[in-house]
Ligand binder design. Structure first.
Ligand code: SF4
Ligand code: SF4
Length: 436
């Protein structure tokens, strides 16, 4: 794609990077075929190629964003399905991130929109606030119809109960049986995840400890920064990014870290992108690169570094469960990790099935199901229909956002991949499966 940025514009590091990306696009439109919003609306501007043109025009002409641009950019899920399909290696993720920051700087959203986005930015990354708002929302559930759509979606999604933790809060979780640890990793516990489903972090810690890996949870690390990053709130996101990079890097230098583990694939995708985000920052460049290199999805880490001791469960009612694997977009398209989780589950001796149209998003996409609830609900409906075609006894996935979204549409139990691996290597049977 031809570009017309001036020399002056290209002094800006973000324009410079985006220009290189635009130049890779050959307008072929293959990406439209796998874009969920293009499939729904059939409008070129709701597909990746059209959005690329909108972004290019806005940045190249240094235009403030307008209603039309914001409408089509806001509808993008940041699912990155288009990046998997693109034959030219266009990094759409970096373009849409640049566009969102530009929109936030140059466009005044309607009042209610601003309030909702500010609330999400304030509440979700802080687990205490999130818990408090969850409790308040419960009271409004019966009268949620009086609220505007986005608030209604927030009340609907708010959890009814908060599961209790079974592991104490500690900085270091040492290996079991006084085994000498073979590795030492930091775990990102996730801001929303640790409140909604503490069992995911607990399964991760148990599983790693049992296999000789010491786990460090640093209390200074609150949120990966992805929520604000995707809302275009650059300053707030960068505060989290910088704090995380400096805290983990310090731990890496002082006590050693073999990896930084994420069990929420949306967060893992952003950790792996810290190196790009700080590519021109003289102070942070080297540290950010190291943190990104250390970052691994839990399934990647297990596959590459741990010899798992699988066991048979004689007490199970069935020898084999039929499991539908939902590949989170941030994992399959963002991190290009698709087969590893499935292969790990297969090693438990159960039957793992792909979901038809598994490359299409479930509609969760961070705060998308709250901000674009109508589109998100359509995608959820399609996802559930496809899951039901497989007739699974339960569903497995690797992202708390997908777990919450899919659980909204079906009674089929859904759990994190790591909970299955933990169970089949000596951990407890997940609570949600006790009835099957
Ligand atoms: S990120 Fe997803 S929704 Fe956005 S343009 Fe790409 S495929 Fe479409
Ligand atoms: S598939 Fe890639 S090269 Fe083709 S239009 Fe989409 S982004 Fe451009």
């Amino acid at each position: 794609m031809e570009t017309n940025f001036s020399k002056e514009q290209l002094k800006d590091k973000d324009n410079k990077s985006s220009e290189k990306i635009f130049r890779k696009c050959v307008h072929c439109g293959f990406c439209n075929a796998t874009c969920p919003t293009y499939n729904i609306f059939g409008d070129e501007l709701d597909g990746p190629r059209g959005r690329i043109y909108l972004i290019k025009d806005m940045l190249e002409n240094n235009k403030p964003a307008n209603d039309k641009i914001v409408k089509h950019i806001d509808r993008c899920l940041s699912c990155y399905s288009c990046m998997t399909t693109c034959p030219s290696g266009v990094n759409y993720m970096h373009l849409i991130d640049h566009a969102r920051t530009h929109i936030e700087k140059t466009y005044k959203r309607p009042f209610m929109d601003r309030i909702i986005r500010d609330l999400l930015s304030m509440i979700l990354p802080r687990s205490n606030y999130f818990k408090f708002i969850g409790i308040i929302s419960r009271m409004f559930k019966p009268i949620k119809f009086i609220f505007p759509t986005s608030i209604r979606a927030m009340i609907t999604m708010a959890p009814i109960t908060f599961p209790k933790k079974t592991l104490p809060n500690m900085k270091i979780y040492p290996c079991k049986n006084k085994k000498k640890s073979v590795a030492r990793v930091a775990l990102l516990t996730g801001c929303v995840q640790k409140v909604l489903s503490p069992s995911i972090n607990e399964a991760t810690i148990r599983l790693l400890n049992r296999h000789g890996v010491e786990v460090v949870v640093l209390k200074q690390i609150k949120c990966c920064g992805a929520l604000n990053h995707h809302l275009g709130k650059e300053k707030l996101a960068h505060e989290d990014f910088k704090k995380n990079i400096l805290t983990w890097y310090d731990e890496y230098l002082k006590n050693g870290l073999d990896a930084i583990i994420s069990n929420t694939s949306g967060c893992g995708t952003i950790l792996k992108d810290y190196k790009f985000i700080f590519r021109s920052d003289a102070d942070l460049k080297k540290k950010a690169k190291k943190i990104s290199e250390l970052s691994k999805d839990i399934t990647e880490y297990l596959e590459e570094n741990v010899k798992l001791n699988f066991i048979k469960h004689k007490e199970n009612k069935k020898a084999e469960y039929k499991i539908a694997y939902h590949s989170p977009c941030s994992l399959q398209h963002g991190q290009k990790v698709h087969d590893i989780p499935k292969n790990l589950i297969k090693k438990t001796g159960n039957l793992v099935f792909d979901i038809p149209n598994g490359h299409i998003c479930c509609g969760s996409a961070g705060t998308y199901n709250l901000l674009q609830s109508e589109i998100a609900n359509k995608l959820l409906k399609n996802k559930i229909e496809n899951i039901e075609k497989v007739k699974p006894e339960f569903i497995s996935t690797g992202n708390i956002g997908c777990i919450t979204q899919i659980a909204k549409g079906t009674k089929i139990p859904i759990l994190h991949t790591v909970e299955i691996i933990d169970w089949y290597t000596g951990g407890p049977k997940p609570e949600i499966l006790k009835r099957i």
